[in-house]
Design a protein around this ligand. Structure first.
Ligand code: AHR
Length: 616
């Protein structure tokens, strides 16, 4: 067919910030990932209420008398546990994946907070899991019964990805926050980022960095840690918990079922965004728990505090160094502002009424003090369904600056919906496509994403920003896929979707040049039928549902013999099929059970037919 380019017509201007990245601590993306710290559970804060199998010595092997202790001799109120060593005690940390990764001739900065009853000697060594030395050991002498930070440097004599860090103590002392960082972090920053991962992200040339989540943001308890309840974990992501000296940042369980140290916190996110020339785009909790948890915390004083925290964040990022939070930024090493212009309130909000009431409060407080800040609102958990429609309607009527949409769909969906934004109201809120990916991780998925991105770009007058998700995945700890960049403890590689994103981000145009197409454009064929559409899955009316290709291959089937509401026990090629019940469409997965009642089944793909056998 023919594509006609009309260079004289004026298409939408494409902002440089059109394509960005979304960083969330999922798949161990932070600790053991982008955050360069090599020691796992450095402050002995893991405990069994955070995750099954955790305890104060998770990732550590101890010999002699080494006891995790929580008493009033602690390092500080946020760092509750420390290790009490007496006599001769040995400690070995196993790091992440196969161990700590070290490279020959590189320097590694060791530090420990310690206090001693009597002068205590610490011998620090790097060696392989099998005991072969990887650096000349370092000896530190701990003296005095007040907490002090002791530091030293190890130089690796060989390269290894199975390294262990050992500390042998002789004496009687308290130890905490045992840390080992490669000197060679991204841009050489202290408390910095793992170089290969940061470089891969930087190579994308992203226009913005959305952080810190995702579902990570607004789940867990909305209340402060309190000493009275011994600082329960699973607190919603509060930026103030993540700034200041690292040894004062509390370890917190995250939404994805493991602990986050907050060593990679808001200061580091802002710094990284600045380092790679990207606009920082933080997302703050709205006091409503999204991501399927459907819980609103109704507490006026707490709401006011969350709103104040958001104003304080703007002060932390942009305020003069004479302000409280601007001073903290300067004390942490960045007197100049971070130029925060845009922030999001909430993520995938399931409770439209409760979320909306809170959003309006956040937005009006922000606009009253900072009219130039763009406040990104939310569209709900997915681009389908009543929450999405409801929230979009509210955002339109209200005139929100921008609305955050998320969707993870089949490649066919991306191909069929290239025109999605052609019909969006140009006078309504702008769109931030904060999360999207074509499900599965094949080249075809990445091509479908690329095709879809042409539709985003064509509509750059309404779609202002877009970020693929998730960004990072540690191969040994995967909660979600597909992902853009994969890694273990010493290697990383981009997926084909990474290459697509890079292609688009490295080549952002100035404006759209309108085109028209004529001829036989190949279109996916919608196919429906086969089963009694209105009675799908009610009272076991149908059995043995199959979707077959013309050559007879069964592409999708379900015999419902397990009797579970989720069905879908023997699904193949499921990514291409959808079940619809009016407002709700969902790609079939083994865990979906919301689509069963009164649903119709329809399939849209190339030349497939749908068959079902009625047995009752
Ligand atoms: O990107 C992974 C998750 O997908 C995010 O945390 C959430 O916002 C979405 O459901």
């Amino acid at each position: 067919y023919t594509i006609t380019v009309n260079p004289d017509a004026t298409g939408a201007a494409i902002p440089k910030s059109m394509y960005g990245v979304f960083f969330e601590d999922i798949n161990y993306a932070a600790d053991g990932g982008l955050y360069a710290e090599l020691v796992r559970n450095r402050s002995f804060e893991f405990n069994g209420t955070d995750a099954s199998g955790y305890n104060g010595l998770t990732a550590w092997a101890a010999t002699g008398s080494a006891v995790v202790t929580n008493d009033d001799q602690r390092l500080n109120e946020r760092n509750r546990n420390y290790l009490r060593v007496t006599g001769t005690a040995g400690l070995t940390n196993a790091g992440y994946n196969t161990g700590l990764a070290v490279e020959k001739s590189e320097l590694y900065d060791f530090s420990v907070w310690a206090r001693a009853d009597a002068t205590t000697s610490l011998e620090v060594s790097l060696h392989t899991a099998g005991g072969t030395a990887l650096a000349a050991p370092l000896t530190l002498s701990v003296a005095g019964d007040t907490w002090k930070k002791y530091t030293g440097t190890l130089k690796a004599t060989a390269t290894s990805d199975v390294a262990r860090l050992s500390v042998k103590a002789s004496g009687s002392a308290r130890l905490d926050e045992i840390s080992l960082f490669p000197r060679d972090t991204y841009r050489g920053r202290a408390n910095g980022l793992r170089k290969d991962l940061a470089e891969k992200i930087a190579a994308l040339e992203p226009g913005f960095v959305r952080f810190p989540g995702g579902c990570l943001v607004n789940t867990g308890s909305m209340y402060q840690y309190t000493a009275a309840d011994n600082y329960p974990r699973a607190r919603s992501y509060q930026w103030k918990d993540t700034v200041g000296p690292v040894e004062t940042r509390a370890t917190n369980k995250n939404f994805w079922g493991y602990n986050q140290s907050y060593g990679l916190g808001y200061y580091e996110y802002f710094q990284f965004s600045e380092d790679i020339g990207a606009m920082p785009l933080p997302v703050l909790p709205a006091l409503v728990t999204g991501c399927g948890q459907n819980r609103a915390t109704v507490d006026e004083a707490l709401l006011q505090q969350y709103i104040q925290d958001t104003l304080d964040l703007i002060e932390f990022a942009n305020g003069a160094t004479t302000t409280t939070w601007g001073k903290l930024r300067a004390d942490m090493g960045h007197p100049k502002p971070f130029h925060l212009t845009t922030l999001g309130i909430g993520n995938e909000e399931n409770l439209p009424e409760e979320y909306w009431a809170n959003f309006l409060r956040f937005e009006s407080a922000i606009k009253a003090k900072h009219p130039d800040i763009t406040v990104v609102s939310n569209s709900g958990p997915d681009d389908q369904g009543s929450t999405f429609e409801n929230l979009w309607a509210k955002n339109r009527a209200h005139g929100s600056d921008m609305v955050d949409e998320h969707y993870y769909n089949s490649p066919s969906w991306f191909l069929q919906n290239n025109k999605r934004y052609d019909a969006y109201d140009r006078s309504g809120p702008q769109v931030f496509l904060g999360e999207y990916a074509s499900l599965d991780a094949k080249l075809f998925n990445s091509l479908a994403e690329a095709a879809y991105m042409t539709g985003l770009e064509r509509n750059a007058d309404v779609v202002k920003m877009a970020s693929y998700a998730p960004l990072l995945a540690n191969i040994d700890n995967v909660q979600w896929k597909p992902d853009m960049i994969w890694f273990d403890n010493d290697e990383s590689w981009g997926s084909t979707s990474y290459q697509v994103q890079k292609l688009f981000m490295n080549n952002v145009g100035d404006r759209v040049v309108p085109t028209t197409t004529t001829g036989n454009v190949l279109q996916p064929k919608p196919i429906t039928g086969g089963v009694g559409l209105s009675t799908w899955r009610t009272a076991a009316t149908y059995d043995d549902v199959k979707v077959t290709s013309p050559d007879g291959t069964v592409l999708f089937s379900d015999d419902f013999d397990d009797g579970n509401a989720d069905g879908w026990t023997s699904v193949t090629n499921r990514g291409a099929w959808a079940v619809t019940d009016g407002a709700y469409t969902q790609t079939t997965t083994d865990t979906e059970d919301t689509m069963v009642k009164g649903a119709t089944i329809s399939a849209t793909d190339y030349d497939y037919t749908l068959k079902a056998t009625k047995t009752a």
